[in-house]
Design a protein around this ligand. Structure first.
Ligand SMILES: [Zn+2]
Length: 77
């Protein structure tokens, strides 16, 4: 079974979750604060062609206007 790594947008904690393929990843909550405002960082099994789970770009917090990256350290935003 793949292990997914999530990062919580609310408390910025990172946690791993072992998910079966039939698990609904959109229902995963943060282990620390129970928030559903989490992002999947990576998976051991790269599902090619099916890019889901990251469909709502959040405007929260640290998005960079110059490079449109959420975690930008190169341009000072
Ligand atoms: Zn959290």
């Amino acid at each position: 079974m793949p292990i997914y790594e999530f990062i919580c947008s609310d408390c910025n904690k990172i946690f791993d979750k072992l998910c079966s393929l039939k698990d609904d990843l959109s229902k995963v909550r943060c282990e620390y604060c129970e928030s559903q405002n989490i992002r999947k960082k990576m998976s051991a099994f790269a599902t090619s062609g099916n890019h889901d789970g990251n469909d709502h770009e959040s405007h929260s917090g640290s998005s960079c206007s110059s490079c449109s990256s959420g975690s930008c350290s190169s341009c000072g935003h």
